[in-house]
Design a protein around this ligand. Structure first.
Ligand code: ADP
Ligand code: MG
Length: 344
């Protein structure tokens, strides 16, 4: 069965995960939800336990030339908390697997853990264990997280229903533009080490890349207003990709409106004026914003319509094959997970 050789790239990340999923058998009735959502869901009697792992690798997810270790520590925790938030849960414990090369000093590890501690403090999470090893290929940080949610409050990617309203928090595309700025400054520095980067003008977008926040504040607001979204996912890979996950898992279609997609002014100007890329493309396909995408019943709209940090970007309909963005000019642009070209 395994004698044929095919490249992983031909499957892609999601294809690979689907393949792993096909081989996976469930042995325990406590495994309520396995592969395929932001976290696994485990029956713990009165409540559900939420359980997930996210890994950050040097050279793949971060470059120590521009991310301070303190920020990296914070980010590694925040991206895990974000997955718990996406299930409408509260984070409780983390463990940390660390792979270290010998070029790290004790002080460097102290800085990394300063950031980890700051995130634990902010999200009220306890660091309860982990593992440490030498690494031949740079720094590896793998965090597992446990959270908790009441059984009637858990939110999956699969619950969106026709006529639900599609909501996103914060603004999108900033983290991607921040990365572009940091990459550019790094190249400038490599050619001329005398040049000090001037990042003041890009403070917001660079901050979005280096210091993402998990939106636990939104989870608390939703609870306060008595709203349980019908579906939810965190935006780690770009809005288009996450919308398509909701579409396929809920077996519904989505229609969003270009002019409703929230983009910060600094993101817009940096993209359009300096990098000559379409800000909408950054929002749709740029990753790492760690905002929340969720759907609500129309009946809940009144309760949150005035929230300053939630945008209503479209609605859910019946046909899972029809996933579109209506452009400002009125054209229907199909949503695709990558490489969306701006409609002129
Ligand atoms: P997220 O972006 O929310 O962290 P991913 O896209 O990384 O989610 O993963 C999607 C789903 O696939 C999750 O349920 C995750 O637990 C599962 N998954 C990812 N990688 C593996 C793996 N190597 N083995 C088993 N399950 C995996
Ligand atoms: Mg996620």
């Amino acid at each position: 069965m395994h004698d044929k050789r095919s490249e992983i790239s031909s499957l892609g990340e999601f294809g690979l995960i689907n393949r792993i999923n096909q081989y996976t058998t469930v042995h325990n009735p406590t495994s309520i939800k396995g592969i395929g959502d932001d976290t696994a869901v485990i029956d713990a009697g009165e409540e559900y336990i939420l359980f997930s792992t996210d890994m950050l690798l040097e050279g793949i997810h971060f470059d120590l030339a521009y991310i301070p270790l303190q920020h990296l520590g914070y980010k590694a925790v925040a991206v895990n908390v974000s997955d718990i938030a996406a299930m409408n849960g509260r984070p409780e414990q983390i463990t940390i697997g660390l792979g270290l090369s010998n070029r790290f000093s004790t002080e460097a590890i102290d800085s990394l853990y300063d950031g980890i501690r700051a995130a634990c403090e902010n999200f009220k999470v306890d660091l309860v264990g982990g593992d440490t090893s030498a690494s031949a290929s740079g720094l590896v940080i793998s965090i597992s997280i446990l959270g908790r949610v009441k059984k009637d409050k858990v939110v999956y990617r699969s619950g969106a229903k026709p006529s639900d309203i599609i909501c996103v928090t914060g603004d999108l595309g900033g983290a991607y533009m921040g990365l572009q700025v940091l990459e550019r400054e790094k190249q400038v520095f490599l050619t001329n080490p005398e040049m000090q980067p001037d990042l003041e003008k890009y403070e917001y977008v660079v901050g979005r890349q280096l210091k993402p926040e998990a939106r636990m504040d939104i989870i608390h607001d939703l609870a306060e207003w008595g709203i349980v979204p019908t579906s939810m996912i965190d935006i780690s890979d770009g809005l288009a990709s996450e919308l398509l996950h909701v579409s396929s898992q809920s077996n519904v279609g989505v229609r969003i409106y270009e002019d409703k997609i929230p983009i910060d002014n600094e993101t817009f100007d940096t993209a359009a004026l300096e990098f000559n890329v379409d800000p909408i493309t950054c929002a749709l396909n740029g990753g790492e914003d760690y905002e929340l995408l969720f759907t609500i019943r129309q009946a809940d709209f009144e309760k949150i319509k005035n929230h300053a940090d939630i945008q209503f970007i479209g609605y859910v309909h019946e046909d899972p094959k029809q996933n579109f963005m209506q452009s400002k000019m009125g054209a229907m642009v199909p949503l695709s997970a990558q490489g969306w070209d701006h409609f002129k």
